[in-house]
Design a protein around this ligand. Structure first.
Ligand code: DHK
Length: 144
């Protein structure tokens, strides 16, 4: 969608609310989507989640081809493993906010080396579900 902000969510985030609540909290992805739409106001928002890497790559290509204004992405586990995801994001001309519910830098070392951070405009980590609201607000500021 032209000029939309794409909010893209990676694997296992469909389980938010019951997935390791001590780390990710109890807010569901549907509740997070509502938070994003409230914060976004009149700005068009594409809010999606997938457990399939190829689908995520296709959505990034869609964002590129459709002239999306910006991408907010929680890449989840792909953050640390996917060169394909990094390469796709490299092609996006607009601002990219990498988002993590948890502070990945305070967790196990496997969560410390983000490939996405090498192409992201900014990174938000550790604000819990509110990080999504912060990311939408920050993206709107970037797009003024
Ligand atoms: C979510 C995941 O699923 C993990 O694989 C990431 C991220 C952290 C988050 O905090 O939102 O490492």
């Amino acid at each position: 969608m032209q000029n939309a902000i794409y909010v893209l969510n990676g694997p296992n985030l469909n389980r938010l609310g019951k997935r390791e609540p001590e780390i990710y909290g109890r807010t569901t992805l549907a509740e997070i989507e509502s938070m994003c739409r409230n914060e976004g106001g009149s700005r068009a928002l594409e809010f999606r989640q997938t457990n399939h890497e190829g689908q995520m790559i296709d959505w990034i290509h869609e964002a590129i081809d459709d002239g999306a204004a910006g991408i907010i992405i929680n890449p989840a586990g792909w953050t640390f493993t996917s060169i394909a995801l990094m390469d796709a994001l490299k092609m996006f001309p607009g601002p990219i906010i990498e988002l993590h519910i948890s502070n990945i830098h305070r967790r196990e070392s496997v969560y410390h080396n983000s490939l996405v951070s090498k192409v992201a405009t900014s990174v938000i980590a550790g604000l819990g579900a509110n990080g999504y609201r912060t990311a939408v607000a920050a993206m709107k500021e970037m797009l003024v």
